[in-house]
Design a protein around this ligand. Structure first.
Ligand code: ATP
Ligand code: MG
Length: 591
């Protein structure tokens, strides 16, 4: 696990506590083997990051292993585009899998396991319609009714199952069901579907199969085949746990009956030697992550993409890992976030989005180089600064870390400053520029406003000032103090840039709980992207590589867009976060 980040200091969560116990009792001979099992039917979101940090983090902390396993049993919704994006996102987060497997790697084995279940009398082919099956399942209060096909002989079931595989039946004509208990209190155990017919092309196996195994059957058996020890999933699978156990235990039982193996003896004998069938995996559930102000469900995210509410899966407003990456979030900040929220057994409360922003601010405050950029420009002319003269100021790229070095920032007679840094009639508490007021231009000079021009609408078009050459570098030798410091860029040297400011994609705190008659997309804020395409920024930014993080002083953290920013062309920057830390404020107020 070369690429894996250092283990952070932490208290033990309940999963680590139980792993410690398993190590103590020698349950797996000290082995810890986890897996992260996404279905490749969409891009990963920040909820998946929690699961990734947990599963890969356990492998790291216990010198164990973690597999990336694609749970690809639903050919209609899955695609290699998603496979590729998931691999990229896991690696970007800083984790390296020990093995990359696919449930589809096991289709042949799973099929033979199903045959074994049939031979054991633990599975049967049911010809009831989907509706009949639903009706006969019963309810929480009422037991189910046995299928009229439940007592078919093993031979008949085997022959039917083989013709399912051979493509001799239509979609929906029948299914293979586990024969468990139609009166079980847990509805999951009322003869669950194990295989269904689906004449569809699979992104990896093509048209080799027209029957596909169901999630519950596939999951536990894949874990066992891979020798997973701790199979960690989210709480909504708690009810599936008995079924997980039934699948694994039924197979273990079947592998002890060689008289059933028949012509496939070699496959079954090999399975019987795998560590997963001697030291079987167990499933544990933890609380899934919910974040305020957004949705974390691939089904909803795919809708946002397909209906064009966002520009794609990596739209910087999306709560996807690729969206956060494009927005300028760092892997460190997301890992830090997952660390801070921890892992709990009980369904948790919703985590404030502000905490995530806090994590990225903290990280970028330490690591992002600083630059000057004017977002809403107005011209400032320094009347007593000689025309044609240029000062070149050497400015530190990071205020607290000299190793970042410096860059040269040109200063000339005509500058751009922020419109919001000037007021015609400034109130007392406004420490920026106003008529007659002296302010500091960061790292450059003190300047005093001498006048301004407006157009016929009263909009300020130009501000005039004089500078004091004795204040070069932004400090006065006579100890004269000014209250305001402003950023600026030299107009003839500046580059015009496009800046994309993002706010919450949704207008409400919980789009998952829409008012009656509405759906979550009704809360999409069409103004959540603000494009400013007339910003002026210092020349050093023109050659910046796509994806680079930086700070515009006094404005926020930004990054060069990974798709639209091209060195040498008009720069395109995404605002990652403003400088205001609302999380720190929430914390302070709650004390
Ligand atoms: P979605 O509902 O978004 O489709 P999913 O659970 O169906 O999510 P999978 O691809 O099956 O997505 O998930 C892979 C792993 O990530 C699973 O172990 C799942 O439990 C975990 N996971 C998914 N969403 C979250 C979440 N919000 N918080 C923590 N873990 C999650
Ligand atoms: Mg799923």
């Amino acid at each position: 696990m070369s690429n894996t980040p250092e283990a952070p200091e932490k208290g033990k969560d309940f999963i680590r506590t139980l792993i410690d116990k398993d190590i103590e009792t020698g349950k797996y001979n000290g082995r810890v083997h986890t897996r992260f099992p996404p279905e490749p039917n969409g891009y990963l979101h920040i909820g998946h990051a929690k699961s990734i940090c947990l599963n890969f983090g356990l492998a790291r902390d216990y010198a164990g292993k973690c597999n990336l396993r694609f749970d690809d049993t639903n050919p209609v919704k899955e695609d290699t585009e998603y496979v590729d994006s998931i691999r990229e996102d896991v690696q970007w987060l800083g984790f390296e899998w020990d093995n990359n497997f696919y449930a589809s790697d096991y289709f042949e084995k799973l099929y033979l396991i199903a045959e074994l279940f049939i031979k054991m009398g633990k599975a049967y082919v049911d010809h009831q319609t989907a509706e009949e099956i639903r009706e006969n399942r019963g309810t929480l209060k009422q037991p189910g009714v046995n299928s009229p096909y439940r007592d078919r002989s093993a031979e008949e079931n085997l022959s039917l199952f083989r013709s399912m595989r051979a493509g001799e039946m239509q979609d929906g004509e029948c299914i293979l069901r586990g024969k468990i208990d139609m009166a079980a209190a847990n509805v999951m155990l009322r003869d669950p579907a194990l295989y269904r017919i689906k004449h569809a092309t699979h992104h990896r196996t093509g048209d080799a199969w027209c029957i596909y195994p169901m999630y519950d059957f596939t999951h536990g058996l894949s874990d066992a085949i891979e020798g997973i020890t701790h199979s960690i999933c989210t709480l909504e699978f708690e009810n599936n746990r008995p079924l997980y156990n039934w699948c694994v235990e039924t197979l273990m039982e079947g592998l002890r009956q060689p008289e059933l193996f028949g012509e496939n003896e070699a496959v079954y004998s090999e399975l019987a030697t795998l560590p997963g069938f001697n030291q079987r995996p167990y499933q544990y559930e933890f609380a899934r992550l919910n974040i305020s102000g957004t949705v974390l469900s691939k089904r909803k995210l795919i809708q946002l993409v397909q209906e064009g509410h966002v520009s794609g899966w990596d739209d910087p407003r999306m709560p996807t890992i690729s969206g956060f990456r494009r927005r300028g979030y760092t892997p460190e900040s997301i890992r830090d976030f997952c660390e801070k929220i921890g892992v709990a057994k009980a369904a948790g409360t919703t985590v404030e989005y502000a905490l995530l922003e806090h994590c990225v601010r903290q990280d970028l405050n330490e690591r992002a180089p600083r630059y000057l950029g004017v977002m809403d420009p107005v011209k400032l002319v320094i009347e007593n600064y000689p025309e044609g003269q240029v000062d070149e100021f050497s400015m530190p790229l990071h205020p607290e870390d000299e190793t970042y070095g410096e860059r040269i920032v040109p200063f000339s007679r005509e500058l751009w400053i922020e419109r919001a840094d000037f007021m015609e009639e400034p109130p007392k508490k406004f420490f920026r520029m106003g008529p007659g007021r002296e302010v500091r231009l960061r790292f450059a000079y003190y300047v005093t406003c001498t006048g301004y021009d407006t157009d016929e609408n009263g909009t300020i078009v130009e501000i005039r000032a004089t500078y004091d050459p004795e204040t070069k570098g932004g400090w006065s030798k006579d100890g004269r103090k000014v209250k305001g410091t402003m950023h600026w860029v030299s107009a003839p040297h500046a580059l015009k840039a496009e800046v994309r400011n993002y706010s919450n994609l949704f207008t409400c705190e919980n789009p998952n709980a829409p008012e009656e008659g509405k759906t979550f997309v009704d809360y999409v804020d069409p103004h959540s992207l603000e494009v400013r395409d007339e910003c002026w920024v210092e020349p050093a930014l023109g050659e910046m590589a796509p994806g680079t993080n930086f700070q515009f002083e006094r404005t926020g953290y930004f990054c060069a867009d990974s798709k639209d920013h091209k060195p040498g062309e008009k720069p395109v920057f995404n605002r990652t976060a403003t400088l205001r830390d609302s999380w720190a404020k929430i914390q302070k107020n709650s004390k």
